[in-house]
Write a protein that binds this ligand. Structure first.
Ligand SMILES: [Fe+2]
Ligand SMILES: [Fe+2]
Length: 308
């Protein structure tokens, strides 16, 4: 059986510097096939630079693309004539500024392309076992598949021994009844640890992009996780020079914190901001309705600097 290597890239989230480094590395490693698992855009600025890299790699290599929930956000927002599910337009604030920035910078062709993508697929290389792939789950872009009963059922229904997925931004695998579920980590927003109040651990280990390789060995796919060095200082600078830190002040700070620490504050900090708001006003509110000072206070509790 011939040697075969597939590069797996998930959750770029607009970090074109991380994507560029991963694509260079995949080429050096001689990848025969590229599997792109969605969430190409939103969060980091310059989404068009990501799109140009994706279109270029699709021209040169054998690639499979699916869409993630972030592409769904862009598709739905356009479908609704520039309104979200609540009927309101996105505005510049920590909850929505990065989404709006992304939407304004994409072209119609980009969103058309997102619409053309499936949410899952099965790659059937000649002479090798099939590989199933999805963003959230084979059924929904926002599923986590964390090993609960339904996710194991879905794994069982997949017509392949191996299912690779994105969306979690973490790297882990589980094996169940002869099948493997492999979470591919994240190219642009990798998460190694949970953010905790008052704990900041900046590590050199965190400052890298993540991708995975599948190697065909004796008729079975071996999974290799890779950390890829990239210009993370440039990615931090981009948050400022693009102006994103003004459009989505605390969100941009959370992205910087993620780059430096490998922790994910992008859920816990907004959730804390909403809790502070509810405590003081007696009103529950979605993230988008929580005023910026509450975001600032929540960020401070987690020692996330918001100074750019
Ligand atoms: Fe994602
Ligand atoms: Fe996602």
């Amino acid at each position: 059986m011939r040697n075969l290597t597939a590069a797996v890239l998930a959750d770029v989230h607009g970090n074109y510097r991380a994507l560029g480094a991963c694509l260079d590395y995949a080429r050096v490693r001689g990848a025969d096939q590229y599997l792109f698992l969605g969430d190409y855009v939103t969060d980091h600025p310059y989404p068009r630079r990501v799109m140009e890299l994706l279109y270029a790699v699709a021209d040169r290599h054998s690639c499979r693309f699916i869409r993630g929930n972030r592409e769904d956000y862009m598709i739905d927002y356009r479908k609704n004539g520039g309104r979200d599910g609540s009927g309101a337009a996105w505005r510049d604030c920590s909850a929505q500024g990065a989404l709006l920035h992304c939407y304004e910078n994409l072209t119609d062709r980009d969103v058309d392309w997102f619409e053309s993508l499936p949410i899952s697929g099965v790659w059937r290389p000649e002479g090798a076992p099939p590989v199933a792939y999805c963003h959230g789950s084979p059924e929904r872009t926002k599923d986590e598949m964390r090993g609960d009963h339904r996710s194991l059922e879905m794994l069982g229904e997949v017509p392949a021994e191996l299912l690779v997925k994105g969306h979690n931004h973490r790297r882990w695998m589980l094996a169940h009844r002869g099948k493997r579920l492999v979470c591919a980590g994240s190219v642009g927003n990798p998460i190694d640890r949970r953010a905790q109040p008052g704990l900041v651990v900046e590590t050199e280990l965190a400052k890298a992009a993540q991708m995975a390789f599948l190697h065909l060995e004796e008729g079975r796919w071996r999974v290799e996780y890779a950390r890829v060095p990239y210009d993370w200082q440039g990615a931090v600078e981009d948050l400022k020079t693009s102006g994103l830190y003004r459009r989505a002040p605390v969100w941009a700070a959370l992205l910087r914190y993620n780059i430096l620490t490998g922790c994910d504050p992008c859920n816990v900090v907004p959730t804390r901001a909403a809790a502070l708001y509810a405590q003081e006003t007696g009103q529950a509110a979605p993230w988008s309705a929580v005023p910026e000072p509450y975001w600032e206070r929540a960020a401070a509790e987690f020692h996330v600097s918001t100074i750019f």
